[in-house]
Design a protein around this ligand. Structure first.
Ligand code: FE2
Length: 135
């Protein structure tokens, strides 16, 4: 599976959010790379936990800004964020910590969700936060 390459079109115009998105992309890319080298199940489990923990930190930061500035699509964002965490955990729990832990289906989900979420949902707040003077 191809890793995610950051492009300028991913920028949501808020530096802190772009940095967090880049870090999250880096963590998902690490998982994509680990699949190829068939790392120890425990390493994969640790990387997955680290990624979901960081995703939650990022989502809380994003939601905090949305609450602070009264962003109208905040509840839709919260719903999507929670869905991402729930599905990732469900994928993870369904696995048996065996060699198939890092399934292609899971990686494909992480990759597709993050790119889609940034480009569709997060992009909607770009002009909003810009109008509030955030950069
Ligand atoms: Fe988001």
């Amino acid at each position: 599976m191809e890793i995610i390459t950051w492009k300028n079109e991913f920028s949501v115009g808020v530096k802190e959010m772009d940095e967090q998105h880049k870090k999250l992309i880096g963590m998902i890319n690490r998982l994509i790379k680990e699949q190829k080298v068939l790392t120890e199940p425990q390493t994969i489990a640790d990387l997955l936990t680290e990624m979901t923990d960081y995703a939650q930190v990022h989502f809380r930061a994003e939601e905090y800004l949305m609450a602070e500035y009264g962003y109208e699509h905040k509840s839709e964002q919260e719903k999507q964020h929670q869905e991402f965490i729930d599905k990732t955990i469900a994928f993870y729990s369904a696995s048996d910590l065996g060699p198939n832990l890092l399934s292609t289906a899971l990686l494909d989900y992480l990759r597709t969700w993050l790119i889609g979420h940034i480009l569709k949902e997060d992009m909607k707040y770009k002009d909003f936060f810009k109008s509030k003077g955030l950069s």
